[in-house]
Design a protein. Sequence first.
Length: 161
Amino acid sequence: MRSIEIARKMETDAIDFYTEAAAKTRYPAGKKMFEVIIVDEKRHLEMIDKLIANSTVNMEDAHPFENIKTVFEEMKDQMMERVAVTDDEFEAFRIAMRMEKEGIEFYRKLLIEAASEEEKALIEKLIKEEGEHYEIFANTYSFISDTGNWFMWEEHSIVEG
């Protein structure tokens, strides 16, 4: 199996996992995080499919952080409700972080083997976006596991005392 076909399988697996995680996640903001990332992963899959088919790849810029910021703004009230997050939901975020990290490592290796400038550009884009996905999942995990400290860190507050 060629490396680019492995990349296709990785993106398909990510879509499947995130779809299942979104369906099972009760925490509204967590569910929305998975749904937003699914859209990006589907776009990654489409770009890889076009590269495999030797078609022109439309490498439009994605902005995962902006999409997530919109989610946070839209769901602020729901996010502040203290929802009991299950161990399975925590595990889903840990798996998502691991998947994104492994994806980044794989794409870095694939970059060395890139056969064309277009393939190289696509792989560099995937590395960047998967890194952003990792940060989004890590930030969400931090938020749901310790909301108070998350706000203090995100606002760069100084504790006086």
